[in-house]
Design a protein around this ligand. Sequence first.
Ligand code: PMP
Length: 406
Amino acid sequence: MSFDVALTRSQFPVLNQRVGKKRLAYLDNAATTHKPQAVMSAVDRYYGEYNSNIHRAVHTLSQKATEAYESSRQRVAEFLGADRPDEIVFTAGTTAGINLVANSWADQHIQPGDEILISHLEHHSNIVPWQLLCERRGCTLKVIPVLEDGQLDLSAYEQLLSERTRLVALSHVSNTLGVITPLDVMIPKAKEWGATVLIDGAQAVAHLPVNVTELGCDFYVFSGHKLYGPTGIGVLWGRGEVLHGMPPWQGGGDMIETVSFAGSTWAEPPARFEAGTPNIVGAIGLAAAIDYFDALDHAAVTAHEDALLRQATEALLNIPGLRILGTAEPKLSVISFTLEGVHPHDIGMILNKEGVAIRTGHHCTQPLMERFGLDATARASFALYNDQEDVSALLHGLETVRRLFA
Ligand code: PMP
């Protein structure tokens, strides 16, 4: 099997359009990816053929919907290499998964004086829930520094770890830099101190094989919309025994075993953490996205994305005044850059006129921006459907930027 990018592009209807008069070059994949026809068809089939609420009805449509929802859970478990489907909690996304852990597991386990260890390159969604926890529980947030090339400072990490470290929460891949966190080194070190480990896989799942059992973490979270699936659906994987010990965070239908005014009892996980009608169609769409993605030749996809990244990086580095943030290896799919004398926002606006969609701003990583003395960068990020023409459009657009600002 090899990777056919033209065929792949034809499976993503949204790519076949012009922005103004220009061919769309979509390079904002770290923010969200487009959806293949297979995902849209699965969503359509749910609404057109068996739309129904799940779990509590005996009628045929509800049974079909329940079966589809629960087999989506099974599909996600296989995808992540989880031991059991009941370790998969459907959430609204990465942010919701982290907040669930912060409000359930952490609220139960964290005492005043305990330390939560994160890194300087985390997305706000892996910073703010821990700050809120520290306010509630009197714990302290510690931060692993980032080196000049975007890699985490591993010797500082070792110094920061101690018997006070209760939780280490790290992104698998930086959304701003594309640099891959050396989890194979960092997770075992955290475990030596008995810390619980949460990994934010938002930027990893669409690019790296993820096996939670091999990683050795306790929680892994990601969002469906960055994996060619729908928005509003995400996954929290929790190690079975850890999830079982956790109290509910949100109360409501479906998360209980019994309810009475004398007191209520909780359902087993994952239902305990899925109060209310869940995003049924989102889970079904996510499973369709995983089916689509997993049927591809992953080595060929990685080689393709890597070739685009290398080619674009080399060409960008030839542009006078252009600086790339995050040069450490291994890295993937993201190029964050600044161009001397031009605000990233202006770069984004001019590129948009050329049909090139990139993201500009702080990328929800303000502490990291501050670390590099910046308030914003321009960020081009790649997915499997990007091609040479997209890279050429980016380079051509940047020539226009330079001409206009010369
Ligand atoms: N973590 C990382 C590394 C991300 O890239 C993102 C999305 N930009 C998030 C967390 C938050 O994801 P969501 O908005 O889908 O909850």
